[in-house]
Ligand binder design. Structure first.
Ligand code: EPZ
Length: 422
């Protein structure tokens, strides 16, 4: 299994460009199932998860052609409405094929995703919403088995028990082909939901309110094709900005959407970073902080536009070196502190108290061998390794490859000493 070898204490300097968002690319690819016409995606990140979903769609009979950051998907001849456990277990977002399959073909058999390192992550809200749209949904032998007895989904008012990103996306996609109006209350407001809606509208869907907590969809008989540029990855951008602060560097990230990172930028400013930005770039200058250390800043994750749970591990790494103590509270997932014990191996001082960590900043971290446990935890370990004194080896970085497009190359261009050991 691949590892990363980092020699730390090298401030990051320079400029890189953001890649397209993983959490937009996946629902956009699944949306290809809604139409017999081709979908052309641009700015697609080169990620394992994108390849995995591409393979699942190909297994159904979707024609998937990738060329660099362009992906063309054509679901003219979908033979199988089936997503097997062997594939779904490697990437839970595969559940995003459920809504489109039920809406267009009136049937689907999709493996339950199963557990995940960061939490149980059930899909009961996806199932509840599809039932409200008129689908017959059962769970049999680990599979979600859905049919539409009436022949076509029917619009409904849906209010999910909690805010769910892929739940909102699944139900919004299904509602596009339902008969009549659907209203999704308590909808997720993430930019990736709005990006999916933007492409669905290009395909002929009638959607209002995407990006707010209330989305209205007027169903249509059929959807056409579309060409769409995937929104930049705000979590990748945030990860690099935290790395700049942790290494007391000065970097600029181009081709991004600064307004998607308001909550994080506020916290980085509070920590002492000098932030500048324009329409599509952000600069974090952290090489002249008073006392050369960030200030400790407490964070509490919440749904967008709050502080992203996907940025929790990365910001915790910044707090590990900050001047003072900070609370990091995780409200979205029940087990998203697995990076803590690995950070402690690097010399961090962290105490876990339920869903809150108390992080007591230390002047220096010291390099060690650590193990990645999930995608964003591994990003937090990379940041800590970049700031730590000496050599850090990060094992099981296949977790990182799921969600970061060539991270070591981008960090290398910013002056990091980082290499992949095969
Ligand atoms: C999406 O996951 C993202 N993945 C996650 O990013 C992200 O962490 C998460 O949203 C929260 O922002 C993609 O978009 C592909 P949820 P999702 O449904 O949709 C509970 C990353 O690192 N819930 O919003 O699966 C659930 O257990 C990944 O890129 C139910 O109980 O998350 C969780 O506690 C990790 N029942 C909370 O809601 C349901 O039916 C939010 O989950 C659905 C969700």
């Amino acid at each position: 299994m691949d590892k990363l070898r980092i020699l730390g204490e090298r401030p990051l300097h320079g400029s890189i460009a953001a890649s397209g968002a993983k959490n937009a690319a996946l629902p956009l690819m699944a949306a290809s199932l809604l139409s017999a016409q081709p979908i052309e995606l641009d700015n697609a990140p080169q990620l394992m998860d994108v390849r995995t979903l591409g393979a699942i769609l190909e297994g159904m009979g979707v024609d998937v052609a990738r060329q660099g950051s362009r992906v063309r998907l054509h679901a003219a001849h979908v033979r199988e409405r089936f997503a097997p456990y062997e594939r779904v277990k490697t990437m839970r977002a595969s559940v995003l094929v459920l809504g489109p399959l039920v809406a267009r073909f009136g049937e689907a058999r999709v493996s339950l995703p199963g557990g995940c390192a960061i939490g149980a992550r059930p899909v009961d809200q996806h199932i509840k919403g599809l039932r409200q749209l008129g689908a017959q949904v059962d769970v049999e032998h680990g599979y979600i088995v859905a049919t539409v007895p009436s022949g076509r989904l029917k619009g409904a008012r849906i209010s999910t028990d909690m805010i769910t990103v892929t739940g909102t996306e699944n139900l919004m996609m299904a509602a596009c082909l339902a008969d009549g109006e659907t209203v999704i209350e308590n909808a997720a407001q993430e930019p990736e939901v709005a990006d999916l809606a933007a492409m669905l509208v290009k395909m002929g869907a009638h959607i209002d309110g995407a990006g707010t907590s209330r989305i209205r969809i007027q169903g249509v008989e059929a959807l056409g094709g579309a060409a769409h540029r995937i929104v930049p990855d705000r979590i990748e951008v945030g990860t690099f900005l935290c790395a700049a602060l942790a290494t007391r560097g000065d970097i600029t990230v181009q081709a991004c959407v600064p307004t998607h990172l308001d909550a994080l930028l506020d916290k980085l400013r509070e920590a002492g970073a000098d932030i500048a930005g324009g329409a599509d770039w952000i600069r974090v200058k952290a090489d002249a902080m008073p006392g050369a250390r960030a200030r400790a800043v407490s964070v509490r994750t919440s749904e967008y536009p709050g502080f992203a749970t996907d940025m929790q591990a990365q910001f915790m790494a910044v707090n590990c070196l900050a001047d003072g103590a900070a609370h990091v509270t995780e409200t979205i997932f029940e087990n998203r502190f697995m990076h803590v014990q690995e950070l402690v191996r690097l010399g961090a001082r962290i105490a876990i108290e339920g869903n809150t960590c108390v992080v007591q900043g230390v002047p220096r971290l010291s390099g060690a061998t650590v193990m990645a446990t999930d995608l964003r935890a591994s990003a937090g370990l990379v940041i800590a390794g970049l700031a730590a004194e000496g050599e850090t080896i990060i094992e099981r970085i296949y977790h990182l490859d799921r969600g970061y497009d060539a991270m070591e190359h981008k960090l290398g261009r910013l002056g990091a000493s980082i290499e992949r050991l095969r």
